[in-house]
Ligand binder design. Structure first.
Ligand code: FES
Length: 224
């Protein structure tokens, strides 16, 4: 279990879901068949994190009680996934993927740009609380690598320059367009189509002409 997780000094003594989130939690638990309510542990932890901004041990204990789970089982889930923040994070939580696809496609330059703009290293939060920088494993958007997640948004096809532009805009309170930063549509090939280039119409036109059907004989005329 991580050192951060054990840091008593940052742990609140209690947690309670808000009225609205308590209803949302009940609705999530009700989705699972009787006897399988534990399957709701991840969405409930996410709900607690969205309410608190991070996931305290008190919140995990509340989730454990709601689902009839030993607290250690909940801690195991929370400490396994990087999407759960086990300590407070800044207003912007900037997570950069440095896994293989992103690394090969320029993640080191994305990291360099982020560190320059934010002025912090991985695992650190700015002194003004504006942002936290984290290194994460695959964000599930490898086709558009390199990728950075800020909050719930993904910024894809990043370069040193576009990373700087996105983060500078976010720090200024702006909302730069999410998704590909090169204008690529979805996960289409970055340099244009490589297969199936022919349009359907052209393809049909290039097919060998079919022999014309023999004209029907006019009434009253003999055919050879
Ligand atoms: S390797 Fe970076 S998104 Fe998958």
């Amino acid at each position: 279990m991580s050192e951060t997780f054990l840091a008593e000094s940052i742990q609140p003594t209690a947690f309670a879901f808000s009225e609205e989130n308590a209803k949302a939690a009940e609705a999530v638990v009700a989705k699972y068949p009787k006897g399988h309510q534990r399957s709701a542990v991840m969405p409930l932890l996410d709900l607690a994190q969205r309410q608190e901004g991070w996931l305290s041990r008190a919140a995990m204990d509340v989730v454990a009680r709601m689902l009839g789970m030993p607290p250690i089982k909940v801690y195991e889930v929370a400490t396994f996934y990087t999407m759960y923040n086990l300590r407070p994070v800044g207003r912007l939580h900037v997570q950069i993927c440095t896994n293989i696809s992103c690394w090969l496609r320029g993640a080191p330059e994305v990291v360099r740009a982020a560190k320059e703009v934010l002025g912090v290293e991985f695992g650190e939060t700015r002194s003004d609380g504006a942002a936290t920088l984290s290194e994460v494993e695959c964000l599930g958007a490898c086709a558009n690598a390199p990728v950075m997640q800020v909050g719930d948004d993904l910024y894809e096809d990043l370069t040193y320059e576009s990373t700087k532009a996105v983060l500078t805009a976010l720090l200024a309170g702006e909302k730069p367009p999410v998704g590909s930063q090169t204008g690529r549509r979805g996960a289409c090939p970055c340099c244009g189509a490589t297969t199936l280039k022919d349009k359907a119409g052209d393809h049909v036109a290039k097919e060998p002409a079919k022999p014309k059907a023999k004209a029907a004989a006019k009434p009253g005329k003999e055919t050879a």
